[in-house]
Design a protein around this ligand. Structure first.
Ligand SMILES: [Ca+2]
Ligand SMILES: [Ca+2]
Ligand SMILES: [Ca+2]
Length: 528
């Protein structure tokens, strides 16, 4: 919520450019809101240079999330900051547990560093040596180094750090300077990661703010500054206009950035603002997960491809011991000029690992667009994707995971030939995605589109995740269904254009629960 007017102008410019190219075809991905910095990990082992003299590194007994709160020399701690950070660690540990189970991988989640009681999240407070202006210049580097100087081994192995720092300033026009959000990871095995946010995002992260539906325009939040907030100036218009919407955004920023520390990349499939993917623009929809009754149009979801990868991520298997640190191999065999096949680009790759292969993810321009499970020690596979722009160079990356969470990447550039039919771009939604037994839920594929306009599209639904489609082909892209037993299922759609080209969507998980009489704060707990 620290976006400045400059960024809002950027949005208008970028969307104009996207649509000016071709007024009929939507962009493959939503416009970049520009709320987040693109950051990279520092060089390996650089962190050790910044540790205090005499520091001896002792690895944690397990892989864990650690939290730091950095206070420059001229700043003070926000009221309740420690309690807020503990709450964030706990709510997102719960969220991952629920979402990993919903995606079919059991209630896996990350472990976190605790106080000596073994339960309470530990918040490492760092009193930094410089004033806040120093940390505003390049926080990704300087705030990490402030932690390291204080003896916290940020970027060392076995730890993903969630760091927030005090440096924001509210200007007299009610805009906020000094906001920063970013996250990154080296991404293989036990390698470390960091998610970092400005502490302006702490101001409204309470359970009470999450349901405060007052418009924020004209209100004063002392943690942000002494001026009344102004709609569209203090925060960007895409963050909504209430205390609740800002609180939902700020909750989501923490887990979005920390999740980049788990090596998750953006995924904008089935994703819209406030309703979609934690690692897309859906991160703003946290309140729809906590209070689905109050905010039924909001959704905050872990996408299936990321769940598939986290299933072997060491931070989500904290109690395991690891014997293999050798990265898998991966080679892409497709490049250059390629004809689409049945509307899809085929990208062939080989992978191997002596201990065992687990997952491959496909990315286009850094955004995840495909996933597949792997097995055995050697694979020769093909991704088939509708995500491409004909006649242009498309930059794809394939990331392969082995069963012990080691990763490796390969890149390729593909120029799909023009003049071929293109398969549909799926977009599905389940509303609600958490239902009681025999309660109706609506499956929608109506935001799917065909890049060539070969309508009508037809849809079939796989309602139980076995990849066998259970409904007859229909031009009605909305389907209403119900489930008679509690449990979780993956739901997919297969879209077919009028010329017969087909695309299968990435799945979305649904949870069916027994009847519950109240909605607790962390609502999923009662369902166990
Ligand atoms: Ca390996
Ligand atoms: Ca088509
Ligand atoms: Ca099925």
């Amino acid at each position: 919520m620290q976006l400045k007017i400059v960024l809002i102008l950027f949005i208008f410019t970028s969307s104009f450019m996207l649509f000016s190219q071709d007024t009929n075809t939507p962009p493959l991905f939503p416009e970049d809101f520009g709320w987040e910095e693109k950051v990279q990990p520092p060089p390996p082992d650089e962190w050790i240079k910044h540790m205090p003299p005499g520091y001896i590194h002792e690895a944690l007994p397990t892989h864990a999330v650690r939290t730091a709160y950095v206070i420059p020399s001229n700043r003070t701690m926000q009221d309740s900051a420690i309690e807020k950070l503990r709450y964030l660690v706990l709510i997102f540990q719960n969220w991952y547990q629920e979402q990993m189970e919903r995606n079919g991988f059991g209630p896996k989640t990350f472990l976190f560093e605790t106080e000596v009681d073994g339960v309470t999240p530990k918040i490492n407070v760092v009193y930094a040596l410089n004033t806040d202006d120093y940390y505003r210049t390049d926080p990704w580097t300087s705030v990490s180094q402030a932690c390291q100087n204080a003896g916290l081994p940020v970027w060392s192995s076995g730890q993903v750090w969630m760091i927030t720092y005090e440096a924001h300033v509210m200007n007299s026009d009610c805009s906020i300077t000094g906001g920063f959000n970013g996250g990154a990871s080296w991404g293989s095995g036990s390698e470390g990661g960091v998610g970092m946010t400005c502490a302006c995002t702490l101001a409204l992260v309470t359970p009470e703010d999450l349901v405060d539906d007052r418009e924020y325009n004209g209100l004063i939040v002392p943690e942000l500054g002494s001026y009344p907030m102004v709609y569209g100036v203090t925060a960007a218009t895409f963050d909504g206009n209430t205390i609740s919407s800002l609180s939902s955004v700020d909750h989501g920023i923490f887990i979005h950035e920390t999740s980049h520390g788990f090596y998750l990349w953006h995924d904008f499939r089935n994703d819209t603002n406030f309703n979609g993917n934690m690692i897309g623009n859906g991160f703003r929809g946290v309140r729809g997960w906590v209070h689905p009754d109050l905010y039924p149009s909001n959704e905050f979801r872990l996408e299936y491809g990321d769940a598939l990868a986290l299933n072997v991520n060491r931070y989500f298997n904290g109690s395991q011991t690891y014997t293999d640190n050798t990265k898998p191999t991966v080679s892409i065999l497709t490049s250059g000029s390629v004809d689409p096949v049945n509307g899809l680009i085929e990208i062939r790759f080989t992978a191997s690992d002596s201990v065992g292969l687990a997952v491959a993810l496909l990315r286009l321009s850094g955004n995840t667009i495909g996933e597949m499970a792997l097995s055995g020690t050697s694979e020769d596979k093909i991704f088939r994707t509708p995500y491409y722009t004909p006649g242009q160079s498309n930059s794809y990356t394939i990331t392969v995971y082995d069963v012990q969470g080691n990763t490796n990447n390969a890149d390729t550039a593909i120029v799909p030939n023009t003049g071929f039919n293109r398969a549909p771009i799926p977009f599905i939604r389940i509303n609600p995605s958490e239902v009681q037994v025999n309660e109706m839920t609506t499956l929608q594929a109506s935001n799917s589109y065909d890049p060539d306009g070969n309508t009508p599209l037809t849809v079939e639904w796989d309602l139980n995740g076995d990849e066998i489609f259970d409904t007859t082909s229909s031009t009605d892209l909305t389907y209403i269904t119900q489930y008679s037993e509690p449990g979780t299922h993956l739901i997919r759609a297969r879209l077919t254009d009028a010329l017969g080209a087909q695309t299968v969507s990435t799945p979305i998980g649904i949870r069916i629960v027994k009847y519950v009489t109240e909605v607790p704060e962390a609502h999923w707990i009662l369902y166990e």
